[in-house]
Design a binder for this molecule. Structure first.
Ligand SMILES: [Zn+2]
Length: 164
């Protein structure tokens, strides 16, 4: 049995939703909210608006507007890498974060925020050192970790923070 749909099913139960309610998944390309039946999530799916793949196996780059769509509207936990191009450890961690996206999708959405461009987001969340990885669920930050991590650590940390 594939453990991913079971994990999602459990997380819906924990959050009090009926099991056949669809999950809201925000498109990584056009940032439209899509309703996807939980049992169909493992198969991926395409966006009803732009027809792009809902899961591309890589992090999505976010600005303020798309950040709010993914953090506030999606039912998936959002794992965000706050980084900057001038930061050596950030660049070193980038392949690990992409690798983690392949493991954590479709139960999580992984995203990157370039703090040099998106200074408003960095200020809003009080990002003081980079890289910082934070997890958002239903619009709220539930955990953060400063410092570079390898792919395996990112995956296990994200699952531990969300009990999934
Ligand atoms: Zn789309």
């Amino acid at each position: 049995m594939n453990p991913q749909p079971a994990t999602l099913y459990q997380s819906k139960l924990i959050f009090g939703a009926h099991h056949d309610c669809p999950l809201i998944v925000v498109c990584p390309h056009c940032h439209a909210a899509n309703r996807v039946p939980a049992e169909r999530l493992a198969g991926g799916g395409t966006c009803g608006k732009c027809k792009g793949a809902l899961f591309a196996g890589k992090p999505v780059e976010l600005d303020q507007a798309s950040f709010d769509a993914h953090a506030g509207r999606s039912d998936l936990p959002l794992v965000v890498d706050f980084w900057a191009p001038w930061c050596g450890p950030c660049r070193m961690m980038a392949p690990a974060f992409s690798q983690a996206a392949k493991s954590l999708e479709p139960n999580f959405r992984l995203a990157k925020v370039n703090t040099e461009i998106e200074q408003g987001l960095a200020a809003r969340f009080g990002i003081r050192s980079i890289p910082t990885i934070a997890i958002f669920r239903n619009g709220h930050e539930i955990a953060r970790q400063a410092g570079a991590m390898d792919a395996k650590s990112i995956v296990s940390w994200a699952r531990m923070q969300t009990n999934s």
